[in-house]
Design a protein around this ligand. Structure first.
Ligand SMILES: [Zn+2]
Ligand SMILES: [Zn+2]
Length: 211
């Protein structure tokens, strides 16, 4: 069984996650957003093995330096966004530096991931799905019961495609893939509450007098 703890981070409420194996306490951190103190707090007592990045917009990586200083473990990102970790114009912190708490310039990735890859960290394992549209190198990390879906899909909205690198047609295709991949799993998005898709709708509420 995997445990998931969410930490809501920074000025636009980015979700960072600590995911750990109930028995071994092997753990990964996902999306170290700005001012990641709460994420680090939740990671006390588990064995952090890696930092996984769904995509490298600044709101998902502004806390990376602080988190990597505390946990010097591999940093994983899709190859298409490798350069974004160290380039403030690519990660957009140059346009939002007041919000981002300054320019986001690294640290650099230490391992690049690709679609279909299987990742293992001690007793934890995740599949990588490359799901572009919100950004070109956007990925989701999937375990047996959980999906960490970044900014592709939220509880009541789909991801933005108006930021440079976004692509509405790719987003639609990725949403279709996610629907299949995530069936029966809990979805943990980059912002807002976790949810599940593929559940039948609840029965309609009957309104008005019954005859
Ligand atoms: Zn984003
Ligand atoms: Zn975001």
């Amino acid at each position: 069984m995997y445990e998931v703890q969410r930490a809501v981070l920074g000025p636009i409420a980015t979700n960072g996650y600590v995911v750990w194996h109930q028995e071994t306490l092997d753990a990964v951190l996902i999306d170290p957003g700005p001012t990641p103190g709460l994420l680090l707090h939740h990671a006390q007592g588990v064995h952090v093995q890696a930092i996984l990045i769904t995509h490298a917009h600044w709101d998902h990586i502004a806390g990376l330096k602080e988190v990597a200083d505390a946990h010097p473990v591999p940093i994983l990102v899709h190859s298409l966004e490798q350069d974004w970790l160290t380039d403030p114009s690519l990660n957009r912190s140059s346009l939002s530096s007041a919000l981002a708490g300054g320019l986001v310039t690294g640290p650099a990735a230490t391992r690049l991931v690709a679609d279909g890859e299987q990742l293992s960290f001690g007793a934890l394992s995740f599949a990588v799905a490359h799901l572009p549209g919100h950004s070109p190198g956007h990925v989701a990390y999937l375990s047996k019961d959980h999906v960490f879906s970044g900014d592709l899909l939220f509880e009541a909205a789909v991801g933005r495609t108006d930021i440079p690198g976004g692509d509405p047609a790719q987003l639609l295709e990725s949403l279709g893939r996610l629907r299949t991949l995530a069936a029966g799993k809990r979805i943990h998005p980059g912002h807002g509450r976790s949810f599940t898709i593929g559940q039948p709708d609840p029965p309609p509420v009957v309104q008005g007098p019954l005859r």
